[in-house]
Design a protein around this ligand. Structure first.
Ligand SMILES: NC(=O)c1ccc[n+]([C@@H]2O[C@H](COP(=O)([O-])OP(=O)(O)OC[C@H]3O[C@@H](n4cnc5c(N)ncnc54)[C@H](O)[C@@H]3O)[C@@H](O)[C@H]2O)c1
Length: 264
């Protein structure tokens, strides 16, 4: 944990900032919430899974972090609005939004149903739109804010997914995240709100990690072989990039998608 001392007081890199993290019950969302908490943020967490969300909240409370949770489907407007409003009601401000909810239903393009196509675009883009839409009026009023959306290396196509499973909907959605942050960064620049994305490569999370390790053992076009650094990434390595982008150190960075993908 990096701490800088200011006037004798321990100060984190996002000390006392209020951060909303979506999809915080598992994987990257949980790691991002923990990393922001270690650096002094207060947290409002959203997820569709109540039990996992409470586990994350308990870990944060254990390190002394003020935390509030909202359970709900963040692709729906009411829960998304409720999450943002809960953060503002509880903490009186909103400084950071991390749009992390996302995922895929993989299928080859000739087998993918329209239902699964719609599901994947909705999961990755509609939640990002809704949470941002409801968060920015508060940030505009403050004339400050940091938004980070989670894209993916898949925005340019992922070889192992394409060859073995098919991932066009997910790649389209994650390229959509890049387009989203490019536009919204321009819209919000005059309010000193930074809008960026992090695009992780193959990360060893509880859920995605199993499939990635299986591919490493069985596939010719495996994640390790096609990643210059030759290994899976760790959730903390993605969380560190998000932390940098929401900290004051990244004040002059906006409209940028940062790859955390081992060189791919
Ligand atoms: N793990 C990777 O290798 C990897 C790589 C690139 C990008 N990503 C992206 O990072 C983000 C997190 O991925 P992860 O691997 O941690 O996934 P994960 O499935 O472990 O976690 C996603 C979280 O989102 C929650 N969620 C799902 N649908 C929801 C909904 N409708 N409303 C509210 N919450 C919902 C889940 O309950 C879960 O807690 C996603 O956007 C994913 O696309 C992951």
């Amino acid at each position: 944990m990096t701490i800088k001392k200011i006037e004798g007081k321990d100060m984190g890199r996002v000390q006392d900032r209020v951060a909303v993290v979506t999809g915080a019950a598992n994987g990257l969302g949980k790691a991002i919430a923990m990393r922001l908490a270690e650096e002094g943020a207060r947290l409002a967490l959203g997820d569709i899974e109540a039990a996992g969300l409470e586990r994350t909240a308990a870990s944060l409370t254990a390190i002394g972090t003020e935390t509030v949770t909202v359970t709900g489907d963040l692709t729906e407007e009411e829960p998304a609005q409720h999450l943002i409003q809960t953060a503002v009601d509880r903490f009186g401000q909103l400084d950071i939004l991390v749009n992390n909810v996302g995922g895929s239903r993989n299928a080859k393009i000739w087998e993918m149903t329209a239902e699964n196509w719609d599901f994947v675009l909705r999961l990755n883009l509609r939640s990002t739109f809704l949470c941002t839409h409801h968060a920015v009026p508060h940030m505009m009023q403050q004339r400050s804010g940091k938004i980070v959306c989670i894209s993916s290396g898949a925005r340019e196509g992922t070889p192992w997914t394409a060859y073995y499973q098919g991932g066009a909907a997910y790649s389209a959605a994650k390229a959509g995240v890049h387009g989203f942050i490019r536009d919204v960064a321009l819209e919000l620049a005059e309010y000193s709100i930074n809008v960026n994305a992090v695009a992780p490569g193959p990360i060893d999370t509880e859920r995605a990690g199993e499939n990635l390790r299986h591919l490493n053992e069985t596939a010719d076009y495996s994640p390790n072989r096609m990643t210059p650094l030759g290994r899976l990434g760790q959730p903390l390595e993605v969380a560190n990039a998000v932390l940098f982008l929401v900290s004051d150190e990244a004040a002059y960075i906006t409209g940028h998608t940062m790859a955390v993908a081992g060189g791919r």
